[in-house]
Design a protein. Structure first.
Length: 259
């Protein structure tokens, strides 16, 4: 394997495209192989064992393609099996977690009210419970499962602004935003809704996702290993999906170009 080898990245569907776009922006010399598992989406309503089976199948295929790192661009899959994947594969495996620390640290010691929007499985897994336990003493954390936001992206309704706005307001329309300090987008799909959150919330409410931090972590690890792509490499992205229909291929391209 060389530093010019690709980075494998996958998600339960289209949400991970938001992470892929961040990677292409921050690490433009890297070659990215992105795989969306839309034929088996959403992961947030599956059992952990079902998710592990899908993740291992996808990652095994990436390893056969000679990737130098794996990015699990899905908070739900990270919660279900990232530690198992790190034991199984001999390349760096980078996962996602809701950026709750970033949201709480914004207060610089002042108590924060943070809403964490995520899938039901992410919010019920031990990994999130352990994360939340670190902050609940000093901050007010409101976990909010939002499974329909995932299906809004997967179905393509996100491309219709009226439908996208309606989906966000169905979960968030009842909050007193002057009592909220931040919303953490704890699912990569939810990053597609950023502008609708920005419309709905006062400027005092921060909308935070973990994509930039995840790619920064990937960069640090590859740099330490001497595995960053050469600075003269062109880089690029190849997008594939378990749903091989032309409609899904077009939706992937349309969504990627939204970012």
């Amino acid at each position: 394997m060389t530093s010019a080898a690709p980075i494998g990245m996958f998600d339960s569907g289209f949400g991970g495209l938001t992470v892929a776009a961040q990677l292409r922006h921050d690490m433009p010399h890297e070659e990215v192989l992105f795989f969306g598992d839309s034929a088996h989406a959403p992961y947030g309503l599956k059992t952990p064992d079902e998710i592990r089976e899908r993740c291992f199948s996808i990652a095994d295929d990436f390893m056969a393609k000679g990737v130098k790192a794996l990015v699990v661009a899905c908070n739900t899959a990270t919660s279900a099996c990232v530690e198992d994947m790190r034991q199984r594969y001999d390349v760096p495996v980078i996962g996602m977690e809701p950026a709750l620390k970033v949201a709480c640290d914004r207060g610089q010691g002042v108590r924060q009210h943070v809403i964490v929007a995520a899938t039901p499985l992410t919010l019920h897994e031990h990994k999130f419970a352990a994360l939340m336990d670190r902050f609940t003493l000093d901050h007010d954390i409101t976990p909010l499962p939002c499974p329909d936001l995932v299906t809004t992206v997967e179905s393509g309704r996100i491309l219709d602004e009226t439908q996208a706005r309606k989906a966000v307001r169905s979960y968030f329309g009842g909050f007193d935003w002057h009592a909220v300090d931040a919303v953490v987008l704890g699912c990569t799909h939810f990053v597609f809704f950023r502008k609708y959150f920005t419309e709905m919330c006062p400027e005092s409410v921060a909308i935070i996702d973990g994509n930039q931090g995840t790619i920064r972590h990937l960069h640090v690890i590859l740099e330490a290993l001497g595995d960053l792509a050469p600075s003269d490499a062109t880089g690029g992205i190849t997008i594939a999906n378990s749903d091989t229909s032309p409609a899904v291929a077009k939706r992937s391209e349309d969504l990627f170009h939204l970012l």
